[in-house]
Structure formats: C-alpha cells, structure tokens
Write a protein that binds this ligand. Sequence first.
Ligand SMILES: Cc1cc2nc3c(=O)[nH]c(=O)nc-3n(C[C@H](O)[C@H](O)[C@H](O)COP(=O)(O)OP(=O)(O)OC[C@H]3O[C@@H](n4cnc5c(N)ncnc54)[C@H](O)[C@@H]3O)c2cc1C
Length: 396
Amino acid sequence: MSFAVSPEMRALLDRVEEKMESVVYPLEDLARASFERALPALLEARTKLREEGLFAPHMPKELGGMGLSFLEHARMSEILGRSPIGHFVFNCAAPDAGNMELLLKHGSEAQKARFLAPLVRGEIRSCFSMTEPERAGSNPTWLETRAEREGDEYVITGRKWFTTAGHLADFAIVMAVTDPDAPPHRRASMILVPCDAPGFTHVRRIPIMGDEGYGWASHSEILYDHVRVPVENRIGAEGAGFLLAQERLGPGRIHHCMRWLGIGERCLDLLCKRAVARELSPGRTLAEEQTIRHWIAESRAELDAARLYVYATADKIDREDAASARVEISSIKFYVAGVLQRVMDRAIQVHGALGITDDTPLAWFYRHERGARIYDGPDEVHKDTVAKHVLRPYLR
Ligand SMILES: Cc1cc2nc3c(=O)[nH]c(=O)nc-3n(C[C@H](O)[C@H](O)[C@H](O)COP(=O)(O)OP(=O)(O)OC[C@H]3O[C@@H](n4cnc5c(N)ncnc54)[C@H](O)[C@@H]3O)c2cc1C
C-alpha cells in the first residue's frame, strides 16, 4: 500500500492550495455573514475555477471534470475542507457530488444529458430527498413517501426533511416506495423530480442551531403532493432504490471524511495560533499550559491516524470497489466524525468566549458539523456494522 504522491499530483495539490489562498479564503467572511449576499461572488469564483480546469474533480474529463481517482480526490478534498465553502466553489459538495456519481454510473443517456451534464458544468444544483420527519432515517427501508404508477407516470406523495441544498435546487432525487408489498430492501426506487414540477413545495429551511442558511448551505423540508413525473425519470430498476442509496453513500462517506480532516487541520491551526498569542499574564501564554499542549498532541495524532485510515479505505475502493470496503467505510465514518468533534471542541475551548462567536470560522464549523455523527448513518449504526463483522468468526 503506497500513498506516495506523484509529481503531477503534487503540482496539482499545490495549485489547489494556491487557489484556496487567492480565491476561497478571501470569500469566507462574506459567506459566513450571509451566504445569500456572498452567492454572486461564489458563483464568479466557480466560473473562474471551471475555466482553469479545477472543477468537479471526481468527474471524468469528457464531462468537464478533472478525472481524479478516488484516492487523488480524497487528497484534494482535504485541502478544500479547510474552508466551509471549498467544496462548493470547486463543484464537489454534497449532495451534488454523490448525485453526480450516481447518475454517472446508473443514469440513462437521457438522464445524463438533462441532469448530469449541466450539474458537472455547475449550471444547475441538485438535492437528495430520502429522510422523512415521521420515520427513523436510520432505517432507510421504512419510508412513507409513495410513488404510484399511473400509466407512463409516477405520482409522488410524501414529506421529506433535511434535504440538504433543497432550497433553490433545480432537481431532487427522491426515494419513494414503488412497491409496498415487496421485501423491505426492494420496496423503494430513486426518481428524478424537477423542483418546478407542480406539487413540489419547498416548505422551509430548517434552522440548524439558530441558522437557517441559504441555497446550497441549508437543509429543507419539502412536500411532494401528487407530483407527476414520467417513468423514464426513475434511476435504475424499480425497487433498486435502497441498493443505489448504499452505493451512493459509500464513496460519499469518504468525501465527508476527507472534508472533516480538512476542517480538523484548520481548527488545529487556529488552536495553535491562539495558544501562542493569548497571554494569561504578561509573557505567559496558553501554549505553555500542559493541558493545552496535550490537546495539541492528541489532535495531531488523531488527525494523522484518521488520515491514514481514510487513505487505506479510498485505496481499497480504487483497487476493488465500494462494496468490498463496506466495513472500512463504516469504521472511518464514525471514527473520523469523532476525531473532528474532539478537535473542533478543543479549538473552541482554547479560544474561550471568542470560540463561540462568528469572529472565527470555528462556530460555523461546529454548527454545521455537529451533524457529522448523525448524517449518512449515525455513529451507532456504523458501529453495529463493524461489530457484526468483527464478531462473525466468534459466532460460527
Ligand atoms: C446536516 C444534515 C444533513 C442531512 N442531509 C440529508 C440529505 O441531504 N438528504 C436526506 O435524505 N437526509 C439528510 N439528512 C438526514 C440524515 O440522513 C438522518 O438524520 C440520519 O439518517 C438519521 O436519521 P434520523 O435523524 O431520523 O434519526 P433516527 O433514525 O430517529 O435516530 C435517532 C438516534 O437514534 C440512535 N440510533 C439509531 N439507530 C440506532 C441503532 N441501530 N442502535 C443504536 N442507536 C441507534 C442514533 O443515536 C441516532 O442519532 C441530513 C442530516 C443532517 C443532520
């Protein structure tokens, strides 16, 4: 297993780092104050990066992406993760990134032309509507939303929430039950729904710890009230929704983990800067206190260990496939989310009251990433998957 970086990849990562400095970080304060007001500048930055060939890194070059392998994308993703807007500006943010991968692999030619191609070019935005307020999201085989077949159409009815980026999105991929009598894993299908279809109602942006966000940086409640779409809008076979969701979320979890490592590195950087600058009394800084030094050492070790684990998992996906790396994907999902939470919390603590203000990016990171231990499967569900695997030989 080698994680060495080729000279070409090193040059690319250096270029990406330079763009973070010159294009992304300067927009951060504006985006933190108001994503809505920052949007024109963010879109301009996206256009600039697309013209320079630094766009949609995980998509094939023929479609306008960068054609990176999974491990290469993982490395780039960590750099982008250092800013809350990095992935959006480089057009590889969730949920667009996962939706692109899904459509690339399972979309029909017509779906690719209408939905995937403009998404990769950054001309439209998408969302993924699976979780429902009335059903445990931890059990994705148990959904209320129905897609009933009427002639050549599906009629979709149901309520979804936590549809990330649903606000002002152009299309949604909706998980809906197409056959309630089928076995649980074969009941639902994924269906493409244009957000201007009659019956699609954007109910609200759900405030997250007091912040309702805007556009891509928000999570929506959406009502589907007898929304009609042609049967050709179904992705893959009828009843394949659950399997496709597993496939979509597997690589997506690596994307999240690498982004979290980027956030963790930024938090540790801010922690160290504050520790050496803040004096407890004249000439005596926080960095001299043993507790703070231990937090720094623990954060360094945890981030480095997490990175190697994520690389090993991405490498396995590149060499085999996401299904073979299922247990590793579950392990890194809860492990890296835990590391992130600890490092963010230490950084906030070291900043004292300043840490919970919006004068640094820490509060933004915390507000939006406390969910890391919940979305794409809560910790407990992933730990159960890993424990099942570890226990298997003992139970024979
Ligand atoms: C920031 C954010 C963004 C999201 N984006 C999207 C999106 O774009 N699209 C979408 O469809 N959904 C999205 N979600 C929803 C997310 O996928 C669900 O929140 C998640 O699957 C958990 O479902 P739930 O919230 O219904 O919690 P529940 O299923 O009600 O679970 C509640 C808690 O119970 C515990 N628990 C659950 N199962 C077990 C178990 N087997 N053993 C022990 N304890 C258990 C866990 O602690 C869990 O946190 C997002 C969520 C967040 C927070």
